[in-house]
Ligand binder design. Structure first.
Ligand code: NAD
Ligand code: UDP
Length: 320
C-alpha cells in the first residue's frame, strides 16, 4: 500500500551535477524521489547508484513537454548551466527555462505542490552593484550570447511570481552562485573542472582575459543543504534568495590554487575573454543567513581537494 507519510518529490534535471547530489540527499532522508532528465548534460553514471534504491525512480523526459505525475514538491533544476552547453542550442535553452517552468508550474498548480526554482546569479548579468543583493535588478544584455540563459532564467522567475500572485502557488526561488564539486561534467568548460583537468593532465591552464575577473565558489554539499532548507522553510518565504559562498577569488588566484593543490607543472596560458563575461560576482548572503539560518561551511581549498580526488579517479578509470 502507498505510504501516505512519505513526501513525493520531483527533481527535474536530477541526473545533472547539482540534481544528482540533491537526489542522493533526498533519497537518504527517506523521501519518495522521482528524477526526470533528458540526459542533455546529465549522465546515467550520476544516478546509477540510486537505481536500486526502492524510493528512487527515473523517467527520461524533456521538460519542454508536459508531464503528468502526482507529487508534493518539485525542485526545478532542468537546464544546462555551463556557457558551452547552454550556447550549443540557445533556442532550446530558452525553451527549457521558459516552457519548462510553465509545465512544472502547471503541474504544481494541479497537484497543489510546492515548487523550488533553481535560478542563478546570471540574473544580475554583469553587475554594477557589488556584492549582489536580491533587491538589485541586474544588468543583463538581452541580445548577447549569454542571453538565452540569463533571460530564460529571468522569465522563469517572473512566471514563478505570477503563479504565486495569480494562483496562490507556493514558490521558492533560489539564485545559485557558482557551485563546484564531484560530478561536474568534465567537458562543460566551467572554470573549476577545466583548471583541475588541465592541471592533472599537465596541459596549459586556459585563463581567459587578464584573470582579474572574480567569482565566488560554493561546494556542492553546502549548496544542497541550503536548497533543502529553502524548500522546507515557511510558505511565506518565497525568496528570491541568493545562495552561494561569499569567498571571492580572481580567476588567476583560482588557477594558482589549483596548480598548488595538484602539484602540477602546468603553465598559465592567457586566452581571449568570452563576450559578456561578468567582471565580478559575489553573493550577499545575509538574507539566507537570517531567514534560513545557513552559512556555507566548506572552504575553497577543502572543496577543491575533494573535487581533485574525484577527477583523478575519473581520469584513472577512463585511461585504464
Ligand atoms: P547540469 O548541466 O549538470 O544539470 C542540468 C540537468 O538538466 C542535466 O542533467 C540535463 O540533462 C538536464 N536537462 C537539460 N535540459 C533539459 C530538458 N529540456 N528536460 C529535462 N532535463 C533537462 O547543471 P547543474 O550545474 O547541475 O545545474 C542545475 C541547475 O542549477 C540549472 O538549472 C542551473 O541553471 C542552476 N545553476 C547552477 C549553477 C552551478 O554553478 N552549478 C549556478 C547557477 C544556477
Ligand atoms: N574561465 C577561464 N578559463 C576557463 C574557463 C573559464 O578563465 O578555462 C573564466 C571565465 O571567463 C569566467 C570564469 O572563469 O570569467 C567562470 O567561468 P564559468 O564558465 O565557470 O562560469 P560563469 O562565467 O558562468 O560564472
Amino acid at each position: 500500500m502507498k505510504d501516505l507519510t512519505r513526501r513525493r518529490i520531483l527533481v527535474t534535471g536530477g541526473a545533472g551535477f547539482l540534481g544528482s547530489h540533491l537526489c542522493d540527499r533526498l533519497v537518504d532522508r527517506g523521501d519518495d524521489v522521482l528524477c526526470v532528465d533528458n540526459f542533455f548534460t546529465g549522465t546515467k553514471q550520476n544516478i546509477y547508484h540510486l537505481l536500486e534504491r526502492p524510493n528512487f525512480e527515473f523517467i527520461r523526459h524533456d521538460v519542454t513537454f508536459p508531464l503528468y505525475v502526482e507529487v508534493d514538491e518539485i525542485y526545478n533544476l532542468a537546464c544546462p548551466a555551463s556557457p558551452i552547453h547552454y550556447q550549443f542550442d540557445p533556442v532550446q535553452t530558452t525553451k527549457t527555462s521558459v516552457h519548462g517552468a510553465i509545465n512544472m508550474l502547471g503541474l504544481a498548480k494541479r497537484c497543489k505542490a510546492k515548487l523550488l526554482q533553481a535560478s542563478t546569479s546570471e540574473v544580475y548579468g554583469d553587475p554594477e552593484v557589488h556584492p549582489q543583493r536580491e533587491e538589485y535588478w541586474g544588468r543583463v544584455n538581452p541580445i548577447g550570447v549569454r542571453s538565452c540563459y540569463d533571460e530564460g532564467k529571468r522569465c522563469a522567475e517572473t512566471l514563478c511570481f505570477d503563479y504565486h500572485r495569480q494562483h496562490k502557488l507556493r514558490i521558492k526561488v533560489v539564485r545559485i552562485f557558482n557551485t563546484y564539486g564531484p560530478r561536474m561534467h568534465p567537458n562543460d568548460g566551467r572554470v573549476v573542472s577545466n583548471f583541475i583537468i588541465q592541471a592533472l593532465t599537465g596541459q596549459d591552464i586556459t585563463l581567459y582575459g587578464t584573470g582579474t575577473q572574480t567569482r565566488s565558489f560554493c561546494y556542492v554539499d553546502d549548496l544542497v543543504d541550503v536548497m533543502i532548507r529553502m524548500m522546507d522553510s515557511p510558505d511565506d518565504f518565497t525568496g528570491p534568495v541568493n545562495i552561494g559562498n561569499p569567498g571571492e577569488f580572481t580567476m588567476l588566484e583560482l588557477a594558482e590554487k589549483v596548480i598548488a593543490l595538484t602539484g602540477s607543472k602546468s603553465k598559465i596560458s592567457y586566452q581571449p575573454l568570452p563576450s559578456d563575461d561578468p567582471k565580478q560576482r559575489c553573493p550577499d548572503i545575509s538574507l539566507a543567513e537570517k531567514s534560513l539560518q545557513w552559512r556555507p561551511n566548506i572552504q575553497l581549498a577543502d572543496g577543491l581537494k575533494k573535487t581533485i580526488e574525484y577527477f583523478k579517479d575519473q581520469l584513472a578509470s577512463t585511461s585504464g
